[in-house]
Ligand binder design. Structure first.
Ligand SMILES: Nc1ncnc2c1ncn2[C@@H]1O[C@H](COP(=O)(O)OP(=O)(O)OP(=O)(O)O)[C@@H](O)[C@H]1O
Length: 372
C-alpha cells in the first residue's frame, strides 16, 4: 500500500484488517487475521472486497464467518458495501510421509480412519455419506474400502472396477467425483472370507502403496470392524491424520467403541470424534424422536474421552434403501433428516481435522527417530 492510499477514499487496507481482527474462528479460538485467513483486501471507492481463505471447503461456520466479516467491514466509516469472498485451501501435511507410502499417499492432505468396535453399526454407510458430504462442499475426496472381510463400496456406490494404471500404480475409478478403491474390486466375496492373516497384511500393504490417489484433501479409510491385527497394520502403515469412531447407542456397541478409541490413543492417532448412528427414529405421523436403542450412548462415550460429538444419525428406511441401490444418501436424498445429519457431520469432521492439524506437527510426529 502506498503511503497516500489511506487518504484517497478515506478507508485504508489497514483499517479493514484491523476491523477483521474482531472476527474469531470459533474452532481455532483465534482471530482470522492472525490466523492468516485474510488473503486480500481491495478497496475501490466505498466498496471493499475481501478474500478469506479457510482451511477446509467443508467449514461448518463458513456462512457465519462471512456474515461477521461483512458486518465489521460495513460498520467502518466510509464503507458502503463489503463483498466477502470465501475460499479454502486445505493445508499441506507438516509431518514427513514414510517413503513406503509416499508415491501413493504423498498428495493426500488428510487420511481419516472411519472405524468401529462392532460390526453392522453403520460404519460403511457413514464413510460413504461423510465422503460425499465433504465432496459436496468442494473438497477432493477418496474412499479406501479396507473392510477386507465385508467390502461394501461397490454395493453402496455404482463405482466400476479400475481400468487404468500409471507406472506401477493403479488409478482409482471414480463415482460422482469421488475416487474409490475397494477390496471387493480385486477379490471375490468367498475368497475374502478365507484370507489368512499374512495374506491380509499383504493386501493392506498393497492397497496403501500401489494406488495413485493423486492430490486429495481427504482420503477416508473404511476400516474393518474391531481392533485386531488388520486395524493395527492399517494404522501403522497408513499415515493417518485422524480417526472417526462410529457406534450405535446400545451398551454392547459402546463397549467395543471404547476399545477402538483406546487403540487409536495407543497408536497416537488423534480421534476426531464420535458418530452415533441409528440414534432415533421419527415416525411419519408424530414427528417425535423415538430412541429405539436407548438415548445418548454415543454422547456419553464422547464425554468420557473428552471427544467431540460429530453427529447423531437417525434410523431412516431411505438410508438402507439408497445404500442398497448404490446411491449415497447425501446426493440422492439431500433433504432427508439423515442426509442433513450426515452433511453437518461432514462439516464437523473437516473442522476437527483442521483443529488437530493446526495443533500438532502431524500424527506421525511420534515416528521421529530417537536421535533426531
Ligand atoms: N441410519 C440408518 N438408518 C437405517 N439403516 C441404516 C442406517 N445406517 C446404516 N443402516 C443400514 O444398516 C446396515 C449396516 O450398515 P453398514 O454396512 O454401514 O454397517 P458397518 O458397520 O459398516 O457393517 P460391517 O461391520 O459389516 O462393515 C446396512 O444395511 C445399512 O444400510
Amino acid at each position: 500500500m502506498g503511503i497516500f492510499d489511506r487518504f484517497k477514499g478515506g478507508i485504508s487496507e489497514d483499517a479493514v484488517r484491523e476491523a477483521l481482527k474482531a472476527v474469531q474462528d470459533p474452532d481455532l479460538h483465534r482471530d482470522i487475521v492472525s490466523l492468516g485467513f485474510v488473503k486480500k483486501v481491495d478497496i475501490k471507492g466505498k466498496k471493499v472486497h475481501v478474500v478469506v481463505e479457510l482451511t477446509t471447503p467443508a467449514c461448518p461456520v463458513k456462512e457465519q464467518l462471512q456474515a461477521q466479516c461483512r458486518e465489521v467491514v460495513e460498520a467502518l466509516e466510509g464503507v458502503d458495501e463489503a463483498h466477502i469472498e470465501m475460499t479454502a485451501q486445505t493445508p499441506k501435511r507438516r509431518d514427513t510421509i514414510p517413503d513406503l507410502v509416499k508415491e501413493a499417499l504423498g498428495g493426500v492432505k488428510s487420511i481419516i480412519a472411519v472405524a468401529s468396535g462392532k460390526g453392522g453399526v453403520g460404519k460403511s454407510t457413514s464413510t460413504v455419506n461423510l465422503a460425499y458430504g465433504l465432496a459436496q462442499a468442494g473438497s477432493k475426496v477418496g474412499i479406501l474400502d479396507a473392510d477386507i472381510y465385508g467390502p461394501s463400496m461397490m454395493q453402496m456406490t455404482k463405482v466400476g472396477k479400475p481400468e487404468e494404471t500409471r507406472g506401477q500404480l493403479i488409478v482409482p475409478p471414480q463415482f460422482g467425483g469421488v475416487k474409490i478403491i475397494s477390496v471387493g474390486m480385486f477379490t471375490e466375496a468367498k475368497q475374502a472370507q478365507m484370507l489368512r492373516g499374512p495374506m491380509v497384511a499383504q493386501i493392506i500393504r498393497q492397497f496403501l502403496t500401489q494406488i495413485d490417489w493423486g492430490e486429495l484433501d481427504y482420503l477416508l479409510i473404511d476400516y474393518p470392524p474391531g481392533t485386531g491385527d488388520i486395524q493395527l497394520t492399517l494404522s501403522q502403515i497408513a499415515p493417518i491424520t485422524g480417526a472417526v469412531v462410529v457406534t450405535t447407542p446400545q451398551e454392547v456397541a459402546l463397549i467395543d467403541v471404547r476399545k477402538a478409541i483406546s487403540m487409536f490413543d495407543t497408536l497416537k492417532v488423534p480421534v476426531l470424534g464420535v458418530v452415533e448412528t441409528m440414534s432415533y427414529f421419527i415416525c411419519d405421523g408424530c414427528e417425535k424422536k423415538h430412541y429405539i436403542f436407548r438415548e445418548g450412548g454415543g454422547r456419553r462415550v464422547a464425554k468420557e474421552h473428552g471427544l467431540p460429538m460429530i453427529g447423531e444419525i437417525p434410523i431412516e428406511p431411505k438410508v438402507a434403501a439408497d445404500s442398497d441401490d448404490g446411491k449415497p444418501l447425501v446426493i440422492s436424498s439431500p433433504d432427508s433428516i439423515a442426509a442433513k445429519a450426515y452433511l453437518d457431520a461432514a462439516g464437523q469432521v473437516a473442522a476437527q481435522q483442521s483443529i488437530v492439524s493446526s495443533q500438532s506437527e502431524g500424527a506421525l510426529s511420534h515416528f521421529k527417530l530417537e536421535w533426531e
